[in-house]
Write a protein that binds this ligand. Structure first.
Ligand code: FMN
Length: 288
């Protein structure tokens, strides 16, 4: 088994094998990586875009949402909601809206992760109070962060049951259309979706290489030279290109992807107008 195709079952892969698959290097000799089943599970992650039709076992969604609700949350505001979409017709419509991504229709479950300030508004109304703090940009950011932490806890929980997931940022291509399809109230926005299901074993997915750890982990103070070392980036470019080619994807380097994604805002497929869309959905974003 090649490094990048280490088993998708964490129990079958060592910390060392997972490190090698992620970074293409041996882990540091000392200190050794302390064994952790949770860390192994997280390091086993790969996005899945080919799903079998099998439904999720009963109770898995509820366990994953309990994991999501167990995440830390800014000031315990819990400014998020999640919408579970199982209906095949609705998933097909969502697939169209979210960049024509077929796996959304294929996977038995689609979760829309929603930053939700509307519930906080209702608390104010129930007490006859205006809550100007809801309009502050920081409150919106807190809701965005809380939604992401919750979703990632759920993702880890799903993966621990042998399920595969892929996030779907393309719901932000057309936020108003998603809001209409899901019946979202004012001051809520679907930040991203998540398709969930059993991976199609005919289409195995590999662990995707990441930047070397020393490019992102700084000691005490930010180290620009380490973060942007051209030789390190060039080596990662080639590693990622090879990994993509091996998966049958266009053999693009990381730098080429960055340029393609951010070199022209049209590559954001509508997300470049997000501030306008958010205001239309009732968010004030600090401009009270
Ligand atoms: C917020 C977010 C949105 C994403 N949106 C999409 C998407 O719309 N379509 C897709 O195929 N992958 C999407 N992804 C998956 C990323 O492409 C993927 O995580 C990244 O390439 C790293 O690959 P890996 O998850 O297999 O390690 C998204 C990931 C995140 C975190």
């Amino acid at each position: 088994m090649s490094d990048s195709l280490v088993s998708s079952f964490p129990a079958l892969s060592s910390m060392t094998a997972l490190w090698r698959a992620r970074y293409g290097t041996q882990p540091p000799a000392a200190p050794a990586l302390p064994e952790s089943p949770v860390a192994r599970g997280l390091m086993t992650h790969r996005s899945v875009r080919g799903f079998s039709a099998s439904a999720l076992p009963d109770g898995v969604l509820e366990a994953a949402v309990a994991a999501a609700q167990s995440a830390s949350t800014s000031s315990n505001l819990q400014g998020w909601s999640v919408i579970a979409v199982r209906d095949a017709d609705r998933r097909a419509r969502l697939a169209k809206i979210a960049g024509d991504q077929d796996f959304i229709a294929q996977a038995p479950l689609f979760l829309a992760w929603v930053a939700d300030l509307s519930r906080l508004d209702h608390v104010g109304q129930a007490h006859g109070r205006d809550l100007p703090g809801v309009d502050c940009l920081d409150t919106f950011l807190a809701a965005v962060m809380d939604t992401a932490f919750a979703a990632q806890n759920a993702a880890a929980a799903f993966e621990s049951y042998g399920l595969g997931i892929v996030y779907v940022g393309a719901v932000r291509n057309r936020p108003e259309a998603i809001a209409a399809e899901l019946g979202l109230p004012a001051r809520t926005v679907a930040l991203f979706g998540m398709s969930v299901g059993y991976p199609d074993r005919q289409r195995p997915t590999a662990i995707k290489p990441r930047l070397p750890q020393h490019a992102v982990l700084h000691a005490e103070r930010y180290d620009s030279a380490a973060a942007n070392d051209p030789a390190v980036i060039a080596a990662y470019d080639e590693r990622l290109r090879a990994a993509r080619t091996a998966q049958g994807s266009p053999g693009r380097s990381w730098s080429e992807s960055v340029l393609a994604r951010l070199g022209d805002v049209s590559a954001l497929h509508g997300r470049e107008r997000l501030p306008e869309a958010l205001r239309g959905l009732g968010f004030v974003l600090g401009q009270a």
